[in-house]
Design a protein around this ligand. Structure first.
Ligand SMILES: NC(=O)c1ccc[n+]([C@@H]2O[C@H](COP(=O)([O-])OP(=O)(O)OC[C@H]3O[C@@H](n4cnc5c(N)ncnc54)[C@H](OP(=O)(O)O)[C@@H]3O)[C@@H](O)[C@H]2O)c1
Length: 277
């Protein structure tokens, strides 16, 4: 939890008397049993946060994994810890994607899964704080990058006539209202997932998404081993990246073979209600 959050909670307690809860996660994860054997997976934004948790789960399930990001130091550290491969790739540079996909394909001995996870949220406070720069940065990272990397990946697997699987990290903001570009990027991603899933179903390419609620990572400032209390989440708890990784693993595994074009919202129904108070 950040200093700002601690101060906010302290003030809330003083002025409203609402108790400051201390909530930790008690989660049972599925036992690794080679659920992803034979999967050769590229994960964008895999050096930290949700991407790194997915990499850890996928390696435990016997996938071969290659993580990417801008920061070589964190990629190297995570790759060494998890026993996976890495390549530096800035997702806002589509001109690099063709070479990148070829290289990743060689390093993995035939890539067959892509996880479009890299993303930024610039947390503009109001509609009027959105600038052309913050708008472009989020669109380019979260949406344009994922679109063109997916285009390169599908070109490769279609040319090889290979069965393939693509997963996106969308967000609970993707199917709710927003005034910030972040939410727009996730809504656009959701549309793309459904369109591409329909378009490439006959090519044996499945395309789905996990859409997390507020989850502990650098993006939100919550630490996985800290107090996870958050009143606005349905279970009053911030999610852990490892929980999202469990769902991601299912969607990449052959156990979900009949599922494509689906956006699985990981937020305990926080955003489904439009009828009841
Ligand atoms: N945390 C949440 O509450 C939450 C909720 C819903 C959805 N999500 C989504 O989950 C995904 C991962 O976020 P996170 O929470 O794990 O955040 P995070 O800890 O801040 O990680 C963001 C990741 O994206 C990578 N990235 C950012 N810009 C990039 C660029 N230009 N090129 C390549 N990689 C880039 C970062 O790598 P480098 O810095 O090394 O480049 C890092 O690995 C994002 O798509 C986010 O929108 C998060």
């Amino acid at each position: 939890m950040s200093i700002k959050q601690i101060i906010k909670r302290g003030l809330k307690y003083i002025f409203t008397g609402t108790p400051v809860k201390d909530i930790r996660a008690e989660i049972t994860y599925s036992e690794p049993d080679s659920k992803l054997k034979g999967k050769k997976i590229v994960i964008t934004g895999g050096g930290r946060g949700l991407g790194a948790a997915m990499a850890e789960k996928f390696v435990a399930e016997k996938a071969e994994v290659l993580i990417t990001g801008r920061n070589e130091e964190s990629l190297k550290k995570t790759a060494e810890k998890l026993n996976c491969k890495y390549l530096v790739l800035d997702i806002t540079k589509p001109e690099k994607f063709s070479q990148f996909i070829k290289q990743a394909d060689e390093m993995l001995g035939g890539v067959n899964c892509l996880v479009n996870n890299a993303g930024i949220s610039l947390h503009e406070k109001t509609f009027f704080d959105v600038t052309p720069e913050t708008f472009d940065a989020q669109i380019n990272t979260n949406f344009k990058g994922a679109f063109f990397l997916t285009q390169e990946f599908i070109t490769l697997v279609k040319n090889k006539n290979e069965k393939a699987n693509i997963l996106f990290t969308s967000s609970e903001t993707g199917d709710t209202m927003d005034f910030r570009p972040y939410g727009f990027t996730k809504a656009a991603i959701n549309s793309m997932i459904q369109g591409l899933a329909y378009l490439f179903a006959k090519d044996n390419i499945r395309i789905n998404a996990v859409a997390p609620g507020i989850t502990a990572s650098d993006m939100t400032g919550y630490k996985t081993d800290g107090n996870l209390y958050l009143e606005i989440n349905a279970t009053e708890r911030v999610y852990l990246p490892e929980e999202v990784a469990e769902t991601a693993c299912f969607l990449l595994s052959d156990a979900s073979g009949c599922i494509s074009g689906q956006i699985i919202v990981c937020n305990n129904a926080r955003t489904v209600n439009v009828r009841w108070k």
